[in-house]
Design a binder for this molecule. Structure first.
Ligand SMILES: Nc1nc2c(c(=O)[nH]1)N[C@H]1C(S)=C(S)[C@@H](COP(=O)(O)O)O[C@H]1N2
Ligand SMILES: [Mo]
Length: 410
């Protein structure tokens, strides 16, 4: 038996679950358009209040370092150091320490660094757009969701005519020319050349939501690595090194982070009302990040706050979880039009939903409860049927706890 369909012993829990079963899970089976009318009004209301799906560029949160942060440099200085579209240049050269053998370094020394016009020219043929939630391995809450657009990194690497001894690609951005401020990341060469599991390619990104990438988001050009946490998506990109070193030396490795850990699947709440009255249903909304393991269910579980749980079940695998409704792909996307992007058709509809690397919204109507303090928890079941964040709850592999919030009923 999987941990998602444990029997329940408490009859009160049982009737509660049945209630959920017909209001929440039952509705999910009818989802796919036009179902808003069928939802209870209090649930429809909080769903209507959810933020637009895609985040406007200016509303992304910023956790990047730098003193000063390169996005804050005065316009003249940005121009001088190559942080404008007119002056940007990218060097793609052999790693001086463990050089790959390449035929044609794109180096400043021989006036061959790639400029923005050349990048856009490559984009005319090769540009890729995909939806992705940008999120920091050290923080639970995503920084924003957008449509990222750029040229596959491999198309630029091919210009250097690599021949042999290429095992890893290192890269960093502008760092005020102070070595201690370098923010560096890396990828296996094979991840750059191939896209496993239907993932989009690693890109040199210059647009977000159809607009030029702003200085705050890492413009003129940043790396965007689809399946990874934000630290692989280096901003204000200036240098790519082709290396024969076989392992990572990312800046984030120095912070005890697991630098090979891809995006996790987990759920969290958004709207949990206060001022709830007893015996009145409570409408809840939330989001789930859809990591590389996909998403099949969002589940919630409510218990009395003082209820003890067996210590040998720290991830509540035996709790009577019930399914929330995963909301269908929105009709209106907010700040971006995903038409024709990776995984979307020409009518801006996703080919599969939930879509990996993005988020979904979810909702549930909790039936009326007696007065008291409750703990509301949510978790996800990935596309393979595994409850997440199990089996990897390690914080340094990406925050993805089973969220617990307090719900007070008076
Ligand atoms: N050059 C540079 N790039 C960087 C960083 C940085 O400090 N410097 N921070 C990284 C980290 S840790 C994260 S989580 C993302 C955040 O992306 P955002 O600022 O666009 O939200 O940027 C990454 N790229
Ligand atoms: Mo981060």
């Amino acid at each position: 038996m999987s941990d998602t369909d444990q029997p329940m012993t408490d009859p009160k829990e049982m009737s509660r679950r049945l209630f959920f079963g017909c209001t929440v899970a039952g509705m999910a089976t009818t989802s796919g358009g036009g179902i808003a009318a069928e939802r209870p009004p209090q649930l429809a209301k909080v769903i209507a209040e959810l933020e637009p799906y895609f985040t406007p560029q200016a509303k992304f949160q910023d956790v990047s370092r730098g003193n000063p942060r390169p996005s804050k440099l005065p316009a003249e200085k940005k121009k001088e150091v190559g942080l404008t579209r007119e002056t940007w240049k990218l060097e793609v050269v052999a790693d001086p320490e463990q050089p790959a053998t390449i035929g044609k370094p794109l180096s400043r020394k021989v006036d061959a660094a790639l400029d923005f016009t050349e990048l856009i020219k490559l984009g005319e043929k090769h540009a890729v757009r995909f939806a992705k939630v940008m999120t920091c391995l050290n923080i639970g809450c995503p920084l924003g969701t957008g449509i990222w657009e750029g040229v596959p990194l491999r198309d630029v690497i091919w210009l250097t005519k690599p021949k042999e001894n290429l095992r890893r690609v290192f890269y960093h951005g502008y760092h005020n020319d102070i070595a201690s401020q370098i923010f560096r990341s890396s990828l296996p060469a094979s991840r750059v050349f191939e896209d496993p599991d239907d993932l989009p390619p690693v890109i040199l990104c210059y647009k977000l939501n159809g607009e030029w990438l702003t200085p705050e988001r890492g413009g003129p050009v940043r790396m965007v690595v689809p399946e990874h946490y934000g630290f692989k998506s280096v901003k204000w990109l200036t240098h790519v090194f082709l290396s024969n070193q076989p392992f990572a030396n990312d800046t984030y490795a120095n912070g005890n982070n697991d630098v090979d850990s891809p995006l996790k699947t987990f759920a969290a709440t958004l709207h949990v009302p206060s001022g709830n009255k007893m015996n009145e249903p409570v409408p809840i909304t939330g989001y789930a990040q859809v990591g590389v393991s996909g998403l099949s269910k969002v589940q919630i579980w409510i218990t009395k706050a003082d209820k003890k749980w067996p210590t040998d079940d720290p991830y509540f695998t035996n709790a009577p979880w019930v399914d929330a409704e995963i909301l269908p792909a929105p009709e209106k996307w907010g700040d971006a039009d995903p038409r024709g992007a990776w995984g979307f058709n020409a009518e801006s509809r996703p080919k599969v939903w939930p879509m990996k690397l993005t988020k979904v919204y979810w909702a549930a109507l909790i039936p009326g409860l007696p007065a008291g303090e409750y703990t509301l928890r949510c978790r996800t079941i990935d596309a393979k049927g595994h409850a997440q964040p199990m089996p990897r709850p390690f914080r340094k592999s990406g925050r993805c706890d089973i969220e617990a919030v307090t719900l007070t009923i008076r």
